[in-house]
Design a protein around this ligand. Structure first.
Ligand code: COA
Length: 158
């Protein structure tokens, strides 16, 4: 019965709220599933407790379905990571998370936001291009393992 109710909620539309240190395990697990090099729980907890880090999570019932995290120092921010659980991808959740997160960061005084993305990561590139990010530089061979290039993207927030 509890499993049935939990499944029912996991299919509900996700809601987006601020993340806290209580989300450490779930975020570390989703990060590990989404990236070649996962973050340890310690790393995630350190970020969630850092006063310069702003983090949002998407949840459906008790399930984490996505998160986004940035560091804001003075008037510049950097997106550290964003991920959506695989079964929810391609349905607009990444865009919802990014839009809300950018509004919050702009409200906190950021004038520009940066990020780095693998040149071959098409879903992420489309997400960022759609949100108005533009390429400002490249780091060839940046990603260990694949040797692919990192694109540095920027967007004004004012
Ligand atoms: C990147 C990511 C967060 C996007 O989340 P999402 O919920 O799938 O994103 P959305 O559904 O809002 O779609 C965003 C854009 O990506 C496109 N997209 C989604 N899945 C795609 C796919 N498999 N291939 C190509 N484009 C895709 C969508 O069409 C949309 O583009 P559009 O605005 O031009 O139509 C998600 O794919 C993910 O978690 N990837 C693994 C982690 C990762 O790579 N993070 C980014 C690191 S820089």
């Amino acid at each position: 019965m509890i499993g049935f109710i939990s499944n029912l909620f996991s299919r509900a539309e996700p809601s987006i709220t601020e993340a806290s240190a209580r989300d450490t395990s779930a975020i570390a697990a989703l990060h590990a599933m989404s990236f070649r090099r996962g973050w340890s729980e310690q790393e995630v907890e350190g970020l969630l407790l850092d006063r310069h880090v702003i983090a949002h999570r998407a949840t459906a019932g008790t399930h984490l379905t996505g998160f986004i995290m940035s560091r804001l120092v003075e008037d510049e921010a950097e997106i550290l990571s964003v991920a959506v659980v695989e079964r929810r991808r391609g349905r607009g959740l990444g865009r919802q998370l990014l839009n809300l997160h950018l509004r919050r960061i702009a409200g906190l005084g950021a004038r520009a936001i940066f990020l780095e993305v693998d040149e071959h990561n098409m879903p992420a590139l489309r997400l960022y291009q759609h949100a108005g990010f533009q390429e400002v530089s490249r780091r060839p061979g940046y990603y260990a393992g694949t040797g692919t290039t990192a694109l540095i993207l920027r967007r004004d927030l004012i």
